[in-house]
Design a protein around this ligand. Structure first.
Ligand SMILES: C[S@@+](CC[C@H](N)C(=O)[O-])C[C@H]1O[C@@H](n2cnc3c(N)ncnc32)[C@H](O)[C@@H]1O
Length: 377
């Protein structure tokens, strides 16, 4: 395990999920810059009420665990990583209070450390959400890699919290310093947003960190035209549900099915719930679970898994998560159950399905996307 050396100590940190032959570190230069700044400016001299936003794998939470920080993130994986890294360093799990960024922070914070997320909407939403939990004396420091900090990032801080400036770059990382101004009126938080679909007619709820939040993704739109229909009692899983439209269409076409919506993003799971309840007026029940793919779901329990897999994990581009989703689906499906997948043609998911399931059928394709199904034998 690689070690992070900072003024707060030396900590062994791993990424999550833990993979053999991992080539990427569990922290970046922005984490190091931020932890050095906290030490240089003596910001923990008087134990502060500390809030950390978007800690990727727990580097900040672990290094600052003496101050019992609250860590808010939209990522279930980030929370699991933080718990794992606390354990790796023999730190009790209750030294960090983990919550989803949809939870309300409690009270007023003295020090707020913000890892700048890639998604500008998430940052905007988070700044609105923390505003009632700071005062004019709160120290707010953002940190990110230079390529992820733009003029628009600073404008968000300026507009929602108060005057903001940046530091010099160090190892391609930069800090953002914001002085809260409690007299400004930033207006209302525009999140969550909703959009209307004409075909099928639905109101879709999208919290700020949900995939394709301004409208339906074109791959998803293609996929929902082909979702299978049946009157049988069945269990259907929308894996990586995002706003939940795939599971919602499946529920309509399969009136006797029980639906389970799963995503590693808390906001996605909540968006899927809101979308589903708006469609059925709360009359049809479904289950919702933040999870890492299908971890802990009973084997041989599902009839159908529907999936539009992600092809990015944090900054790293790869198909690791798709592999994991397909492998998990094979375990969780009953014999005769099916995994249906949509993806860009160039991702060649058919190769993976053939390798894992020994079969696949091309359901439909257009110039960009392909829909495939594989059956568990
Ligand atoms: C391409 S998006 C599809 C979203 C939605 N199904 C749609 O079609 O609009 C992939 C989704 O997978 C989720 N995801 C990524 N990694 C995951 C993991 N390890 N476990 C569960 N969901 C994950 C993402 O948060 C994202 O919502």
């Amino acid at each position: 395990m690689e070690k992070l050396s900072v003024p707060q100590g030396r900590f062994g940190l791993s990424r999550y999920p833990v993979r053999k032959k991992e080539t990427l570190r569990a922290w970046d230069a922005a984490d190091e810059y931020l932890l050095n700044e906290v030490a240089d400016k003596n910001l923990t001299a008087v134990a502060p009420r500390l809030l950390i936003l978007n800690d990727g794998f727990g580097a900040l939470s672990v290094a600052l665990s003496d101050f019992m920080p609250a860590m808010m993130s939209d990522s279930y994986l980030a929370q699991q990583a933080t718990l794992l890294n606390l354990q790796n360093n023999q730190i009790r799990p209750d030294r960090v209070r983990l919550s989803s960024c949809l939870d309300r922070p409690d009270g007023i914070y003295d020090l707020v450390l913000v890892k700048i997320p890639k998604n500008r909407s998430l940052l905007e939403d988070q700044l609105f959400r923390i505003r009632p939990h700071i005062n004019k004396d709160t120290k707010i420091i953002g940190a990110g890699m230079v390529k992820g900090i733009h003029r628009s990032t600073l404008e968000l801080f300026n507009h929602i919290l108060g005057p903001t400036h940046t530091s010099l770059a160090r190892k391609k990382a930069r800090l953002i310093f914001c002085e809260p101004d409690m007299t400004i009126d930033p207006g209302d938080n525009p999140y969550p947003r909703t959009f209307s679909l004409d075909k099928p007619r639905h109101e879709i709820t999208c919290h700020s960190n949900v995939f394709s939040q301004s409208g339906l993704d074109i791959g998803t739109r293609f996929f929902i035209e082909y979702i299978p229909a049946s009157d049988q009692t069945s269990t259907i899983i929308d894996l990586g549900c995002g706003n939940g439209i795939i599971g919602l269409v499946a529920a309509e076409l399969n009136p006797n099915a029980e639906l389970l919506f799963i995503d590693e993003s808390f906001m996605s799971v909540e968006s899927a719930k809101a979308t589903f309840n708006a469609a059925f007026g709360g009359l049809r029940k479904a289950d919702y679970q933040p999870n890492d793919c299908l971890a802990g779901i009973a084997e041989n329990s599902a009839d159908l898994v529907l999936c539009n897999p992600p092809f990015h994990q944090h900054a790293a581009i790869g198909d690791v998560t798709a592999w994991q989703m397909f492998g998990d689906a094979k375990k969780v499906l009953k014999r005769g159950g099916e995994l249906w997948v949509v993806g860009n043609r160039h991702l060649a998911y058919h190769v993976k399905l053939k390798r894992l399931f020994g079969n696949y059928v091309n359901i439909a394709s257009n110039n960009k996307f392909v829909i495939l199904k594989a059956k568990k034998r």
